[in-house]
Design a protein around this ligand. Structure first.
Ligand SMILES: [Zn+2]
Length: 413
């Protein structure tokens, strides 16, 4: 396949794409190298607003059967009240509108297609939940068996329900995500029969970068893009997407990337300040999707942040819950806790004078609030119990509605 290969980030070794391989023999991460495509906005925009609108920019071997659930095309919502409060122009990309409720479907459509090309019979991944849910759906779509390694008792209820629904083979690993990931990495290096679709999979990056294409397609290049950072694959992918658009002259400017980690799981944010990377043994945060102590993409994230002139910050669980509630109550946007970190991080960046007034900023809301029923139920709201209501007696309802304002919290900020 001329012009298409897998290249090691670390040692530069080149592998053919026809090999079932997602890591270099040296253990280094691989990236896809492809001949540069050439395409215009006019051609791209003549197609439906979905991920495969950008097919020229998603390299795959010729003849690869596409495994798709019609992913992508997620809403980019103007957050008017939030913008007024924060004095910046905030837009939120609702990735939870993807088929399995998270951004993971973007990478999975490409990785599952590659698995089909390679003739795999099963897909395997370690996951904090969203990858597992997405992979299970795409495996079934492709007629393959999904095998997931999850940290025992540590994934959100909605995501576990998805695994049961899609009939994934669930391997519960004692410990956390990092232990599950370690097992899959070991499996990948040994070259098992199942195809590994963790975020180390280079084809997933090629799908995830399309979030950048969609943002630029609808709103041009923003000043900043805020992305939650767990394993770090998404911020790296989105930055890659913007860089490719710039190389193709499809945008004039590049955004700055703002990575946001949860305080109890922030080895990259810490390394950004201290210049020393140290994995965290027992990562702790309410935001389970980014509860990762040893992110595989940590070097890529640091490069992304530095190259883009951006930053990486960490936020507390309290700030995350505040941000989740604020997005819901100020803008009507239901995002999972790990997505809400972007707003908490933005507020921190504004307070730290990192982001200027009136700048255009896109928050990448990676997953849907419905993924985490337990977290949603942490929020309090006005709940009134009334005796059996007679249809004719509307007085009691009028009284309640009159007094309802006292239940509305004025303390959003
Ligand atoms: Zn290597």
């Amino acid at each position: 396949m001329p012009g298409l290969s897998l290249v090691c980030d670390f040692c530069g070794r080149v592998f053919p794409v026809s090999e079932n391989r997602v890591l270099c023999e040296c253990g280094g991460l691989l990236h896809v190298e492809a001949a540069r495509a050439s395409v215009s906005w006019e051609t791209l925009r003549s197609r439906r607003f979905r991920l495969w609108r950008y097919r020229e920019l998603i390299p795959l071997p010729p003849g690869t059967p596409i495994v798709s659930l019609d992913e992508g095309g997620s809403p980019l919502v103007q957050a008017t009240r939030l913008s007024e409060e924060l004095k910046v122009n905030v837009m939120v990309k609702l990735e939870g509108s993807n088929p399995t409720g998270s951004f993971k479907d973007r990478g999975m459509t490409v990785a599952a297609s590659m698995a089909k090309f390679l003739g795999a019979k099963a897909l395997i991944a370690a996951s904090t939940g969203n990858t597992a849910a997405s992979m299970s759906a795409y495996a079934r779509r492709a007629g393959m068996i999904p095998v997931v390694l999850i940290p025992s008792g540590k994934i959100a209820e909605g995501k576990l329900g998805q695994l049961r629904l899609y009939g994934a083979v669930i391997v519960e690993v004692e410990g956390g995500f990092d232990e599950a990931m370690g097992a899959v990495l070991e499996y990948s290096v040994r070259g098992g029969d199942a195809y590994t679709v963790n975020s180390i999979n280079p084809w997933r990056i090629e799908g995830q970068k399309t979030a950048a294409f969609e943002v630029a397609d609808e709103a041009g290049a923003p000043g900043w893009v805020a992305v939650p950072v767990g394993n770090g694959g998404n911020i790296y992918s989105i930055w890659k997407g913007f860089k490719e658009l710039k190389e193709l002259d499809l945008i004039d400017e590049l955004p700055r990337m703002l990575g946001v980690q949860a305080e109890g799981a922030a080895p990259i944010a810490k390394a950004y300040t201290t210049k020393v990377y140290e994995p965290i043994k027992e990562p702790k945060t309410i935001a389970s999707a980014i509860r990762i102590g040893n992110p595989v993409h940590w070097k890529r994230v640091l490069n992304t942040v530095r190259e883009s002139g951006g930053s990486i910050v960490s936020v507390s669980d309290e700030e995350i819950i505040w941000a989740q509630r604020t997005l819901a109550r100020l803008e009507g946007l239901g995002v999972e806790s790990s997505s809400a970190v972007t707003l908490a991080g933005l507020k921190k960046a504004i307070n730290g004078k990192l982001v200027d007034k009136n700048e255009k900023i896109v928050l990448i809301a990676t997953g849907n609030a419905l993924k985490e029923p337990q977290t949603m139920n942490l929020h309090e709201t006005a709940t009134l119990k009334i005796p059996t209501l007679k249809i004719a007696d509307t007085t009691i309802l009028s009284e309640i509605l009159k007094s309802i304002t006292k239940f509305e919290s004025p303390e959003h900020f």
